[in-house]
Design a protein around this ligand. Structure first.
Ligand code: PLP
Ligand code: ZN
Length: 391
C-alpha cells in the first residue's frame, strides 16, 4: 500500500484533470483544484481499526493526504484535537448534545496549522523552496512556522489591523513580513505584483494551491472518527475563505465513498459576522457565488474575507447537505466568547465564538431541533486575541 493514494487533481468547475506531481496553482479556467485519490486502493488496503491504532496526529490519515513520501512530512504534532462536550452551555441553549472541536490546542494556536502542515509538506515534495501569501494573520503565522521547519523561505503580507501576535510569530521564525494598510484582498494584490518581480516563489494564497484544503479536511475525518464513525446532525464553521468547510465536506464525501460512514451527511452551516457576510447574502438571495462585501469589519478578524475564491463551493456544500448560512453580530460574538469561558472553562477565539452565537440563533429559530447532535468548530485559542476580553 502506498503512503498516499493521491491520483490526480480535478477542476470542480470545468472538470479538467491535471497531473498532481507538478507545481500548480489554479485550473486554466481560474477555479481552485481538488485532489482526488484512488479510493478503491484505500478501501482495499486500510480499515477503520488500523487508522485508530496510529499516532494521534493528522498524518494517521496519510493515504487520504497528498504527500507521497513520509520523508517529506513536515510536522509539529498537529491534529487529533479534543472533541469536547459543552454540557452547561448546551443546556443553556437547549442543545444538550453540543460538542466543540477545539482547534485551540494545535501548533500556532489555530486550525491553520493543518493546512500549513500538509500544504508545506506537499510543496516541499514537488520542489517548492519559497512560498508567498496574503493572510488575515493566522494562516501567515502557520505557514511561516511550517516553512521554517521545512527550511523554506516565506514572504507574508498581512493587514495592519491583524492580531499583533501573528506579526511576532511570522518575524520570530525568520519569514519576511509586509504590513498592508488595507484588507486581505489588498495584501493579495501586493503579493501578486511583488511576485511578478521575484523568482522562484509559489503563491500559496487560499485555494490557489490545492493542498491546504487537504490539511483542513482532516477536521472532518477526525470528527467522524472521534464519534465512532457516526456523523453528527449539524456542523458549524466560521467562514472566511471557506476552506475548512469545503474540506470537511470533501472529507465526509470521501468517507462515504469508502463506506466508512453512512446515513445523511451533517447539515453544514457557514457562519459569518454581520460586518462581513458575503456568503450569507448570496445564500439568502439564492445565488451560486457571492458579491464582494464593502467596508468589511468584524472583531472576528480571521473571517474578514469580503470575497472568497471558493465561495461557489461553500454555497454548494451547504445546499447539498441541507445546511444554511447565518450571520451574527459582534456583540453576540463577544457575549458567546465570555459565556463559553465562564460556563465551560474554555477561552475560545472570536471566530469560534461566532459559531456559538449561531447555535443559539438557530436553536431559537427552530432550525436546530431538540435532541440533535451539534458540532461547532472552535478554530483557534482565545490566547491569540487577548484584546477581545475585558481586563
Ligand atoms: C482563517 C480562520 C477562519 C476562517 O477559515 P476559512 O477556512 O478561511 O474560512 C476561522 N477562524 C480562524 C481563527 C481563522 O484563523
Ligand atoms: Zn477548470
Amino acid at each position: 500500500m502506498r503512503f498516499s493514494s493521491l491520483s490526480h487533481l480535478e477542476c470542480p468547475q470545468c472538470g479538467l484533470i491535471h497531473d498532481a506531481d507538478q507545481v500548480i496553482g489554479l485550473c486554466t479556467c481560474g477555479s481552485p483544484l481538488l485532489a482526488r485519490y484512488d479510493l478503491d486502493e484505500v478501501r482495499a488496503g486500510l480499515t477503520k481499526d488500523s487508522v485508530s491504532s496510529r499516532p494521534a496526529d493528522l498524518w494517521r490519515y496519510h493515504e487520504l493526504l497528498p504527500v507521497r513520501s513520509v520523508e517529506n512530512v513536515v510536522s509539529l504534532g498537529e491534529g487529533m484535537t479534543p472533541l469536547l462536550p459543552l454540557p452547561a452551555y448546551g443546556r443553556e441553549l437547549g442543545v444538550e448534545r453540543l460538542l466543540m472541536k477545539d482547534e485551540g490546542l494545535i501548533p500556532t494556536g489555530t486550525f491553520k496549522a493543518r493546512g500549513a502542515a500538509v500544504g508545506v509538506s506537499r510543496a516541499l515534495e514537488v520542489g517548492v523552496r519559497k512560498i508567498a501569501m496574503p493572510t488575515n494573520g493566522n494562516a501567515g503565522s502557520a505557514w511561516a512556522t511550517y516553512a521554517a521547519r521545512a527550511g523554506m523561505e516565506a514572504l507574508i503580507a498581512m493587514p495592519l489591523a491583524a492580531p499583533e501576535i501573528c506579526r511576532r510569530e511570522v518575524t520570530v521564525v525568520g519569514a519576511e513580513l509586509k504590513l498592508i494598510d488595507g484588507l486581505i484582498g489588498d495584501a493579495g494584490a501586493w503579493i501578486r505584483s511583488e511576485l511578478a518581480a521575484r523568482e522562484g516563489y509559489q503563491d500559496v494564497s487560499t485555494l490557489k494551491e490545492p493542498y491546504r484544503i487537504e490539511g483542513k479536511k482532516t477536521m472532518g475525518l477526525e470528527i467522524a472518527e472521534q464519534l465512532g464513525w457516526k456523523l453528527p446532525d449539524v456542523i458549524l464553521y466560521p467562514t472566511g475563505g471557506g476552506v475548512g468547510l469545503i474540506g470537511i465536506w470533501k472529507a465526509l464525501l470521501e468517507l462515504k465513498a469508502l463506506g466508512w460512514v453512512d446515513g445523511p451527511l451533517p447539515r453544514l452551516v457557514a457562519v459569518q459576522a454581520t460586518g462581513c457576510a458575503p456568503i450569507v447574502q448570496a445564500w439568502e438571495k439564492g445565488l451560486p457565488s457571492s458579491e464582494p462585501w464593502p467596508d468589511a469589519h468584524t472583531v472576528a478578524f480571521g473571517i474578514t474575507v469580503p470575497k472568497a475564491l471558493g465561495d461557489f463551493l461553500v454555497l454548494q456544500a451547504i445546499a447539498e447537505t441541507d445546511g444554511c448560512a447565518v450571520a451574527v453580530d459582534d456583540a453576540d460574538i463577544l457575549a458567546a466568547q465570555r459565556r463559553v469561558a465562564s460556563l465551560e472553562g474554555s477561552f475560545i477565539c472570536p471566530e469560534g465564538a461566532a459559531n456559538f452565537a449561531a447555535v443559539r440563533q438557530l436553536r431559537e429559530s427552530g432550525w436546530i431541533k431538540p435532541g440533535e447532535q451539534v458540532v461547532a468548530l472552535n478554530t483557534g485559542t482565545g490566547l491569540k486575541y487577548p484584546e477581545t476580553v475585558p481586563l
